[in-house]
Design a protein around this ligand. Structure first.
Ligand code: DQA
Length: 144
């Protein structure tokens, strides 16, 4: 495991502004800094990608083929709707771990399905930024 791609879906660029009671008061840039430092501390290189567009996320997953050893993905709202992101993760077969800042299992019924999660080795939800650390360490420990 050398290169990690961290993908964040729609509205996660609004962290710190959007529903701070659910998603916290820290910004998206603070999340990027956190993830970058976790990767650096484990000797990993990492790229953080955020998009509000489903197709752009599919394109980024496809571009990872042959270039990335592990994917950490918070598909945000697309978690619950996107067969396209599920299929892209399956297509590239790169070990992937799903993250959610909030505990989706304790929220609305429509958040109880995760399509992307069906192509992921593990899910960490409800741990805030720390879930990304858990996901990176899971990839290191379980996926070479
Ligand atoms: C989220 C949970 C999703 O249900 C929601 O649509 C998001 C963020 C989370 O990180 O808790 O945008 O993925």
């Amino acid at each position: 495991m050398k290169n990690i791609l961290v993908i964040n879906g729609p509205n996660l660029n609004m962290l710190g502004i959007r529903e701070p009671g659910i998603y916290g008061s820290q910004s998206y840039q603070a999340l990027v800094d956190f993830v970058t430092e976790v990767c650096r501390s484990h000797g990993l290189s990492c790229e953080c990608f955020q998009s509000n567009h489903e197709g752009a996320i599919v394109d980024r997953i496809q571009a990872a083929y042959g270039n990335v050893d592990g994917i950490v993905i918070n598909p945000a709202a697309y978690t619950h709707t996107s067969v396209a992101i599920l299929d892209a993760l399956k297509a590239v077969s790169i070990p992937a771990v799903e993250v959610h800042l909030s505990d989706v299992s304790a929220r609305e019924a429509f958040r109880q399905v995760s399509y992307a999660g069906m192509a992921c080795q593990a899910t960490f939800a409800g741990h805030g930024f720390d879930g990304y650390r858990m996901a990176i360490e899971y990839l290191l420990e379980h996926c070479g």
